[in-house]
Design a protein around this ligand. Sequence first.
Ligand SMILES: Nc1nc2c(c(=O)[nH]1)N[C@H]1C(S)=C(S)[C@@H](COP(=O)(O)OP(=O)(O)OC[C@H]3O[C@@H](n4cnc5c(N)ncnc54)[C@H](O)[C@@H]3O)O[C@H]1N2
Ligand code: MOO
Ligand SMILES: [Mg+2]
Length: 424
Amino acid sequence: MKGNKDIPSKFKRNIVQVSEAQKLIFKHIQNGNIEKIPLIESLGRRLAQDFIAPIDLPHFRRSGMDGYAIRSIDTKGLSSSNPMILEVIETIPSGKVPSQSISAKQAARIMTGAMLPDGADAVIMFEMTEEFIENGKKYIRIKREINKKQNVTNIGEEVESGTHLMNRGRKIGIGEIALLATYGFHIVEVYKKPAVAIIATGSELQDIQEPLEMGKIRNSNSSMIASLIIEAGGNPIWIDKLPDDLNIAKNKILELLETVDIVITTGGVSVGDYDIMFDFFQQWKAGEMLFNKVAMRPGSPTTVGIFQNHFLFALSGNPGACFVGFELFIRPVLKGMQGCDRLYPDTFIAYLEEDFTKVNAFQRFIRAKSRIDHGSVYVKPIGEDKSSVMVSIKDANCLIVIPAGGQGLSKGDKVKVIRLKELE
Ligand SMILES: Nc1nc2c(c(=O)[nH]1)N[C@H]1C(S)=C(S)[C@@H](COP(=O)(O)OP(=O)(O)OC[C@H]3O[C@@H](n4cnc5c(N)ncnc54)[C@H](O)[C@@H]3O)O[C@H]1N2
Ligand code: MOO
Ligand SMILES: [Mg+2]
């Protein structure tokens, strides 16, 4: 039978390089909506505003030790043979404003974290003083010089009011929580979690709770992708599987694209008889297909489209390809929607721990494990790097990037590596 040239062939595709695919996708990213949430629930979310220190930290001169607030000038020239006696005029606990200022030859008993009285410019630790009472009055004897500012934290010494501390889009971690709490932000403005739908396509797929039937497999991609989405700050609000039926898939995808920010399909994107996604994109008039092939392994049939700034990612069904496709294309979009402008995955250079002899027509992303030894970073592929292999994902902490072409690589060669665990 002769091929009809009006019918688009599944084999003729718009192929792009990975970097080009990323650019095509990233230019459609828009910041998402903003919501206010309790600070205690904000771990892992992204700030929706730049954060400028509203006041000095600390906002009063603070003692760093339990001791006596003194005037350093009073201790000039002191030694064990030339001590000085100061009168103790009050005790200042943390949280109290001192009632008197310190004059010459006076001291105030002061606790760690308490406010320094006017006049004082240093704190001498209890251990360095001798206390005594005479005629009902308290005194201390000092036998050493104390420098100005010793054990004192000045106003704004840690952070000056007006300092730009955090950018919009910054992920809220433990340090960010402490800072926001310090400044009284019990409610924080963060980006809403992008809403994501996950559709696993494939008539061979069973739900994970079903007993396994011959020839079928459990749908692992949906759970894997949902977890990746949660980890990247998204909200997987619709998760299901569909048979390889173009009409059923079409209706569901179009319906979901109206309501969520991102629709992810897995499977059915290659050239097989039951691979429906190519036809979906051919028939899709409301949206724009950005590309339907990427010069990469795994995941070469990955196809991406846009509908009114909602993304449709059609990932390969092979679990390895599905995972890599998420890291290269979807994680950056989730970050971008939450205000982050560092979209590309972090990379580093490492020494390859074994030969890699496969010659590649396409750029390759190998699931791998990196380790540090005597200050150098080494990286090793995990098992056989097949797109269908899922078991290696659990041990992967990085992806080795092997350039297209070349004669393969040898043990000890330097390679570029993508970090999988985000460091921010
Ligand atoms: N003749 C050709 N065949 C294939 C080509 C090609 O260029 N010419 N490309 C290969 C490449 S590369 C890839 S990658 C795969 C892509 O396959 P699909 O995206 O069409 O995915 P499926 O055919 O639906 O499934 C592939 C594989 O993955 C399993 N799978 C699917 N969904 C799930 C799921 N939710 N959980 C776990 N595993 C899943 C499925 O059972 C298949 O084994 O095509 C090559 N073929
Ligand atoms: O592009 Mo595929 O994921 O290599 O088998
Ligand atoms: Mg297929």
